[in-house]
Design a protein around this ligand. Sequence first.
Ligand code: MG
Length: 378
Amino acid sequence: MLAPYALRTEDSRGRRHPEPAHAYRDAFQRDRDRVIHCRAFRRLENKTQVFTRRLSDHFRNRLTHTIEVAQISRTIAAELGLNVDLVETLALVHDIGHPPFGHAGEKALDAAMRTHGKSFDHNLHALRIVEYFEQRYAAFRGLNLTFEVREGIIKHSRDYSAQEYPHLTEYLLDQRPPLEAQLIDLTDEIAYNTADLDDGLESGILTLKQVADGVPVFARFYREAEKQYPQAIEKLKFNEALKRMLDRLAGDLIANTRARVADAGVKSVEDVRRAPARLAAFSDAVEKERRECKQFLYDNLYYSPDLKRDKEQSETIIREMFDHWMAHPEKLPASHRELVGTSSLPRVVCDYIAGMTDTFILEQHRQAFGKTAFSAER
Ligand code: MG
């Protein structure tokens, strides 16, 4: 039961290399399966989301975060009558371009590239992974994903101008992406804003009082939970409040997006594409709450002294390994070394590092510099 503004599989612009239809899986279902079976997807398990393994092995990593985004996205997409298979594919692939060590790793890799007049962007890297680096099929290089999945990889979180990115013009840069892609950035926010409060509390870096003082929407739901379950232990009331917060974010995104679509008189994917602004959005009130929560996480968790050491070590490792391979390209594996010439050396080194898991780059660093960077102890 798809809404008129949903993207129907039969309306897909198709793949770069045409393939015969599958007997019982449509194009977006096949794309989802290709993503799940690719190597870059499996590596997410060993990439930091916010917390390195030093703190706990049951906190979210990039894979479990990705699964949570997919779960939230599917629920919201189904309720809006969108193409759930396309949404799920885009959610599963949304973080595939992230380098090791989370945001710190991305920042350090970008900084290293900027000293060579270049840059690193995880969305652009994700596109290179699915187009080029994944080699699974005899008939073509990359995963040969449909246009809509590749477009969503590029456009799920920001807009790219044709002027600045002429090689991306095939992705209709002057148009909005379909609602299926528009959802992902917002479901990503829902997932990590709530999950990071959870892991933040569990890690002991955040206290309940801090969260209640700094995140008004949480405080409201916590008071509700206290009234309803006065005997429950604190952590369970915390969970209850967090669950209600997630529900409010998801419910608001559904209701507000539906209202915006109706107000804009949108009746087709083409209308979504031509709308002057993205239509998937939270209401003003919930958007304000979301921003408060995010700011709280930056101030109290992401930039907390407890995570600072990991962050600084991550940045050092990325920088040292980048400089190491720039100075010794002969130490790159043959498969990467032979790309120098087709790509510049900084890009080849950057691509190599971006594909690594935390564990792999730590081992590379130990081999090159003979020291263990992260202590296993708290
Ligand atoms: Mg994410």
